[in-house]
Design a protein around this ligand. Structure first.
Ligand SMILES: N[C@@H]1[C@@H](O)[C@H](O)[C@@H](COP(=O)(O)O)O[C@@H]1O
Length: 334
């Protein structure tokens, strides 16, 4: 049986391709416009917030930029927001989320440069923001965000790496162009294995999800939207380095822990946590970038998202749930 989300998953390569084509020039124009900004705020909620974490952490591994990530209401209520040479980049697939919209209005009141990355050209945020990037996904129904996640992340990487002119950014910008094909390949190559993995773990109630560097953002998305919203499972995200400050006391034989590993410096801690978990015989599920793609490891939040999407899709299926549906909150209204 195929749920509606299936089609949206399959549309990810085309959405990436269309977004690159239609918005590539505007993204590099924004990179130039904000190149001298002293501080960059990245603001979003849920799946959109996760793209902010990943982009910040990918950039931080290469450049010294002042980037703060905040949820919509955090930005709204934060007493001190640096004014002057600051830019606020908002991510909201609907362009209507109340939290993020409140933050946009505060940024506008403060006279800050604002950029909104959204999938809805007619949304309130698109009309109130100084600049906009429109991700070209067509309507997305799945609560957890699939193609809008991929394209938002693409836009953030394009803008933030595009602020630099050196080998790292040139390499990154050209590898981003390869993503549509790579994501297409992964969609067909990983479905069967991840379906099997989901069947094996269908009865679990909770998953701990950890990653380091740019994979933390993906671990956050995995727990908050993919597992909790999509598969209706309990889930908890954490930075790998935080393992020994809480979870270490809770892991025991049989507890499922998902590890995202991409060979980042911080993955030394991911590996250490994995070895500890192995010694306790927890149920470890490991997603390694090197098993899936030869692209730059900084692109692992795109690459690993695909097997995770299949895992979550089938986890919901084996529990009799529609992975794209919602019980309470509803897809943000348009
Ligand atoms: N249930 C949805 C999440 O899945 C989504 O990530 C978030 C942000 O939505 P948007 O990206 O439209 O601002 O809103 C709701 O909480």
């Amino acid at each position: 049986m195929k749920y509606r989300m299936y089609k949206e998953l399959m549309e990810q390569p085309e959405s990436l391709k269309r977004t690159l084509k239609a918005e590539g020039d505007r993204m590099s124009q924004i990179s130039n416009d904000i190149a001298d900004c002293r501080r960059i705020y990245l603001v979003g909620c849920g799946s959109s917030l996760s793209t902010c974490y990943s982009a910040r952490d990918a950039v931080a591994m290469n450049y010294e930029l002042n980037i703060d990530v905040m949820t919509g209401y955090e930005f709204y209520y934060h007493r001190k927001i640096e004014e002057g040479d600051s830019v606020v980049i908002f991510t909201s697939q609907s362009g209507e989320t109340a939290d993020t919209l409140a933050a946009l209005r505060r940024a506008t009141d403060l006279g800050l440069k604002t950029v909104t990355i959204t999938n809805e050209p007619e949304s309130t945020m698109a009309s109130e923001s100084r600049s906009t990037i429109i991700t070209r996904c067509g309507r997305e129904e799945a609560i957890l965000g699939t193609k809008t996640y991929m394209t938002q992340l693409l836009a953030l990487y394009m803008i933030l790496f595009g602020m630099h002119t050196d080998e790292v950014s040139d390499g990154m910008l050209s590898e981003l162009e390869e993503l549509p094909d790579e994501i297409g390949r992964l969609l067909s190559d990983t479905e069967d294995d991840c379906r099997g993995l989901a069947e094996e773990h269908a009865g679990e109630d909770i998953f701990y999800c950890m990653g380091s560097g740019p994979n933390y953002g993906l671990a956050y998305k995995l727990a908050m939207t993919m597992l909790m919203e999509g598969a209706l499972k309990h889930a908890c995200p954490l930075y790998s380095g935080e393992f020994r400050h809480g979870l270490i006391e809770r892991v025991e034989k049989g507890v499922p822990v998902i590890f995202l590993e991409s060979g980042f410096p911080g993955d030394e801690l991911t590996e250490r946590a994995l070895r500890f978990c192995e010694s306790l015989e927890t149920r470890n599920i490991v997603f390694r970038m090197s098993d899936y793609s030869d692209l730059n490891s900084l692109l692992s939040p795109f690459v690993l998202a695909v097997p995770l999407e299949w895992f979550v899709y089938y986890l919901a299926h084996f529990n009799g749930e529609d992975p794209g549906s919602t019980r309470h909150i509803g897809k943000v209204r348009y």
